[in-house]
Design a binder for this molecule. Sequence first.
Ligand code: PLP
Length: 379
Amino acid sequence: MRNHGLSQKDVNDKLTRIIKKDTNFNSGKILGSMCTTPHSFSQKIYSKYLEKNIGDPGLILGTQKLENDSIRMIGSLLSYPDAIGNVVSGGTEANIIALWTARNYSNTSNAEVILPSHSHHSFDKAADILGLKLIKIPSKNGIMDVNHIEKKITRNTILMIGVAGNTPLGLIDPIDELSDLAIKFSIPLHVDASFGGFIIPFLRKSEYKIPEFDFSLPGVYSIVVDPHKMGMAPIPSSCILFRNSKFLNSISSNVDYLSGGQKPRKTLLGTSPGASIISLWALMNFLGKDGYSKIALRCMKNTQYLYEKLNTISGINIIQKPVLNIIGFKFRKIPNQLLAKKIRKQGWAISVFPTHIRLVIMPHINRQHIDNFIDSLSR
Ligand SMILES: Cc1ncc(COP(=O)(O)O)c(C=O)c1O
């Protein structure tokens, strides 16, 4: 740090020069991210409440009420308005909390968790931190092959996981069949809808035929939904929802010193932005289901447009017909890494998986961006 500060103008000029190196969503070049430009209304609200720290909840009782209201609103989207839970930093923290609470509640040594092999790596992190063994079930056509599950269930199995909108292809595991197994073996089911949670409920209300994935299925015990992905809320924003307080009560904290006089929330982080809660609440109230449905349908129409355009390019192989706004493809004769290098050289930010390249058609992507991408790919 320098001894004497610069003028605000000098700092701003310097900052602007450096920040220019970042790739922005509005360039239309980011086709691989599950995040997007936060809605302008939520940006405004967020910037008004920067001082709020939900890590000391007793100080900000209004914000705490907004958190409870937000969880109820999302709970009702997921067929269970009585859900309880918290707004946390991201899908990673939320998944860690799901496994943490399940582990503590089960009180089982050598605890095992059954999950699809395509699960997000946040579960590997969680298992490493919590000392859990992950039993990974192979995928068939991109979704969890439930036929392999029953023989993997043991008396150490404390939790099963299904994904609604998976990381590689945006596909949805057969959550209804997982729920049946969960009931049959009395094992709770956690659904990672980090990506899918803010699009599937709106598509289900329109012409898209997407099966049930939420608390309407009796085996589903907890769900993660990330407003900072398809919810267009400012980063960081994720929600962990539980059917009841059974698991959450298994993580207790004896901290009494917080200045607001309340114990900390049952989450992983301490100091955390109350602005995330406030801006999420405001955005959900502003957009309503109609606003979110419009965003979801527009993304799906653009996905269909991209899918049709990709299909016209010779040599291309689309891994699965998209179910949500994610497409995976490869070229039959070009190794993935080589293809990715070529695409990235043209300025596109795409995600590379061992089997394919992933495109996520988020709200910041329009048809002109898609045409530009197709032009680059055809060159
Ligand atoms: C299915 C799924 N779960 C969890 C996560 C982790 O979310 P975050 O990056 O917000 O921690 C992701 C991120 O891409 C994801 O795709």
